[in-house]
Design a protein around this ligand. Sequence first.
Ligand code: SAH
Ligand code: SF4
Ligand code: F3S
Length: 451
Amino acid sequence: MSKNLYIKTFGCQMNERDSEIIEQLLAQEGYVATAEPKGADLILINTCSIREKAEQKVFSLLGSLRPEKQKNPKLLLGVTGCVAQQEGEQIRERMPHVDLIVGTQQIYRLPELLDRLSQGVTNKEIATNMEASFSIPPFQKLLNNTSPSLPAAAYGFKRFVTIMQGCDNFCSYCVVPGTRGREISRPMADILEEVEILVSQGVREITLLGQNVNSYGTANQVAEQPVDFPRLLREVAAIKGVQRLRFTTSHPKDLTEELMRCFAEIDNLCPHFHLPVQSGSNAVLRRMNRKYTVESYLEKVELLRRYRPDIALATDIIVGFPGETDDDFQATMDLLNRVRFHGSFSFKYSDRPHTRSAEFGDKIPEEVKSARLAVFQERQDAISFERNREQIGKKVEVMIEGVNETGLKGRSAGNHMVHCSDVVTSLLPGDLATVRIQHAGKHSLKGVLEN
Ligand code: SAH
Ligand code: SF4
Ligand code: F3S
């Protein structure tokens, strides 16, 4: 008899990817994924602890599920992901109604752990050992004998492919090295095989995924022969059927000229690059342990734009890092005005457990952080709008994401959302269409189809 599985995913693409893997793993155990917690036999919360708010959300959601558990004692409740990895004990203490706590590298054990629970093992399961091995290979097997109810293409024409796990950068504010372990690169042959399987199932856009993809191959590679990221990119791009290729995330210190050249030479590599800078102040970057300077970042951006003038650059910014002065913040604004990022994700700094910056003095008051964030975001919105207006009159290639009676929408190679009011019934999600841009909004573009 089939059982219903509901997974709620927080956090980054790593977690989204892990949730897919869990769905596929548990499909083999008879679980059918549902879109609602109601009626579920198993609820899994795949958690994120990157900022304090993210973690608070997890605890309040877990708390709100307590009555559900009381109503339905057969319901199983599990926590996976980064909070499970780092705060497993705290979850067990504060949320005794949770049945299962599974760390980031233990998700493959879910079937076995669920089995033990179903056999009436009453003590709550907690599995958060970090393994020093790469935990992706089992997925290869999964993909090959995916159950018919869950073909890979069921997840759409765009897919993420994990190329590395963990992070060795130890930025002073960041939990990821603690929650995901040491950086390990996945063997290239496995990556290529997974991409080939995906395109054979109808996937057209691949995003290579890792915390620091451009250092691929440099540390702990589980591989036959050394390869680097530009080489991997070229190999993936050459697979027939990969119409669009993207990657995320990159660390500025590991951005080489060879990688920049890829943007000029690889046709299906999208001109869209997420390059988190975090701050425009060298003093702050030093305390963040980012290992580059504002000057070296700007030099790289300039060179990158020489290779690929139309590249859409996005970034991440933290405001209110401990000790950030008004001048430091102004330096971040100056950097924004200089680079004119197409878009950015910006956050108020928050202390995280087991990170070095949590111990730093000179914490910035909440209201100062909020004020700085608002100033940054307002300027970024204005720049994004200007950037979008630069697209007016241009012809862009759009990969269709949705079609309905009022028109269609899709994304440009530069990752802009594009809307069209043309109704063309022959176009399906995943198809490419050429659109002439006529209007620009703050968050999207509008145009008409061209042939
Ligand atoms: N590996 C990527 C992304 C890591 S997490 C990278 O290195 O860029 C995504 C973003 O969350 C980071 O880029 C950073 O801007 C933000 N972030 C991480 N820890 C944070 C903290 N303690 N407080 C506020 N923002 C944080
Ligand atoms: Fe965190 Fe820094 Fe690693 Fe990114 S590079 S995951 S910010 S430690
Ligand atoms: Fe969050 Fe973990 Fe990703 S902390 S951002 S889910 S790696």
